[in-house]
Design a protein. Structure first.
Length: 396
C-alpha cells in the first residue's frame, strides 16, 4: 500500500471518541484509504463498512439511527468501528451522527466520508461541534507523487538532506515538471505516456465536473463549465462576481452559487485578502487558484512545460499556492495583500509570520516595490520566491 501523508493523522484519531469526517476530492482513491483504515483498525476492534450508495441501507438509516446495528448485524453495546461512505446521502446526517455519538460513544466509533462537500455543508449543522474531527483530502502532493512513481528511497533522501543532492537533481526536476503539468490524481500519475494522461484528464473534466453539476442541481451546464474555463485563464487574479455574471449573462447570485460548488467540489480555492487597516487595504474580492494543476491545464488545453508557457507567471503562483497548502498551512490561512494603491504581495501566512512574492526569475525582482509591506508588517518575514527555489523553499 502507498500511504497518503494524511493517513497517520487520520489514524491518530481512531482511538478518540470523535466522529472522523473525511471530505474528498473525486478520484483520490478514497475507497482504498477507507479499506486500509478498516484493515488496520480490525486488528484491535470489530469493524463494519457501509456504502450509502445502496438505497436500501439509506432508507433504513433514514427511518431511525438505531437501524445502524440491524444493518451491520452488530450489538450496540460492543466496541466497534463503523465506516460509512457517502454520508451525504442521508436525509439528515447531522441528527444521525449526533444520535449515535451521544447514545453509544465511546463503544461505537464512526468514520464517515463524503465526496460532495456542498451537500455536507448544507446538511451538517452546528450540533456536531465538539463531536467531530474533519480532514480534507486533496490530490497528491509532490512527495506522494514520487511514492506513486515507486521512488520512496528518493523521498527518504530528500527528507533527510533537506536539499536536492546533485546526483538526483535532474531526476527530481523532471518529476516535478511532470507533476505540475499533469497534476496529482493517483490514476493519472500511474499512467506512462503524456497522451494517456491527457486523455484521462479529459475524461475527468467531462465525467466528474458533469457529476458535480448534476448533484448540485446546476441549471446551465454550459455556463458552469465556461466559468470554470474563465477561472483557469484568470488564475491568480481577483474574482469579480459582477463582471463574470455580465460575461456569462447570469445573475451575480448564480455565479456565487457556481463558485461555491466549485470550491466544495475541490476544483478551486478562493483566497481571501489579508489586512489590518481596512481603510487602506480595502480589497474584498478573493483570488482564484486551482487545487489540481492537471485539471487547470486540461481546461486550458495547454500541457506545455512551464518554461515555455505564455502564462508561466500565474501558473507558478498556482504551483506555490498548492505547495503552501501542503507544506505549511491550512487553506484558510493562505491570504494575499493588496492596497487601494495597488501595492501587492502574493501570499501572506499570518499565523506563521511569513510572506512570499512570486517571480519567475530573479531578474524580475524589484525590492523597493515591497518596502511598504515590510515596514507595515515588520513582524512578518518577507521572501521572494522564484521557480528555481520552489522545491528547496516549500517542499524540502
Amino acid at each position: 500500500m502507498i500511504k497518503r501523508n494524511i493517513y497517520d493523522s487520520i489514524q491518530s484519531e481512531m482511538n478518540t471518541r470523535n466522529i472522523v469526517l473525511l471530505l474528498w476530492a473525486r478520484q483520490v482513491w478514497k475507497t482504498t484509504i477507507l479499506k486500509n483504515l478498516q484493515k488496520d483498525a480490525s486488528a484491535s476492534s470489530a469493524t463494519y463498512f457501509l456504502n450509502l450508495e445502496n438505497p436500501s441501507i439509506v432508507a433504513q438509516l433514514n427511518e431511525h439511527p438505531e437501524n445502524l446495528f440491524m444493518v451491520t448485524g452488530s450489538q450496540s453495546h460492543t466496541k466497534q468501528i463503523i465506516f460509512i461512505d457517502e454520508i451525504q446521502y442521508l436525509e439528515n446526517p447531522t441528527n444521525f451522527l449526533k444520535y449515535i455519538y451521544d447514545e453509544y460513544a465511546p463503544n461505537v466509533k464512526l468514520v464517515v466520508s463524503g465526496s460532495s462537500s456542498f451537500y455536507i455543508d448544507k446538511k451538517f449543522k452546528d450540533s456536531l461541534i465538539g463531536r467531530k474531527k474533519v480532514f480534507s483530502i486533496y490530490t497528491l502532493d509532490f512527495f506522494e507523487f514520487l511514492r506513486f512513481k515507486w521512488e520512496s528511497s528518493l523521498v527518504d533522501t530528500l527528507y533527510q538532506q533537506k536539499k536536492i543532492p546533485v546526483l538526483y537533481e535532474q531526476k527530481v526536476w523532471q518529476y516535478f515538471r511532470e507533476y505540475v503539468t499533469y497534476g496529482g490524481y493517483p490514476e493519472i500519475v500511474l499512467l506512462d505516456s503524456a497522451e494517456a494522461k491527457i486523455d484521462r484528464l479529459q475524461d475527468y473534466s467531462f465525467d466528474y465536473i458533469k457529476k458535480d453539476i448534476y448533484e448540485a442541481n446546476i441549471q446551465h451546464e454550459d455556463k458552469f463549465l465556461a466559468l470554470l474555463k474563465i477561472l483557469a485563464s484568470q488564475t491568480g487574479e481577483l474574482v469579480n462576481t459582477n463582471e463574470l455574471a455580465n460575461t456569462l449573462s447570469l445573475t451575480a447570485p448564480t455565479v456565487e452559487k457556481y463558485l461555491y460548488v466549485m470550491q466544495k467540489s475541490f476544483h478551486i480555492s478562493l483566497m481571501k485578502p489579508f489586512h489590518s487597516n481596512i481603510r487602506k487595504e480595502l480589497i474584498k474580492m478573493p483570488k482564484v487558484y486551482f487545487l489540481d494543476l492537471g485539471m487547470r491545464n486540461v481546461l486550458l488545453n495547454n500541457f506545455e512545460s512551464i518554461t515555455d508557457r505564455f502564462d508561466k507567471w500565474p501558473y507558478l503562483e498556482n504551483i506555490v499556492f498548492r505547495e503552501l497548502l501542503f507544506s505549511t498551512a491550512r487553506i484558510d490561512e493562505i491570504q494575499f495583500w493588496r492596497t487601494q494603491n495597488m501595492h501587492e504581495v502574493d501570499f501572506v501566512l499570518e499565523s506563521q509570520k511569513k510572506a512570499y512574492e512570486v517571480k519567475f526569475s530573479a531578474s524580475q525582482i524589484k525590492k523597493n516595490k515591497y518596502t511598504l509591506f515590510q515596514t507595515t508588517y515588520p513582524s512578518i518575514s518577507f521572501w521572494f520566491l522564484t521557480y528555481e527555489q520552489v522545491i528547496d523553499t516549500l517542499i524540502l
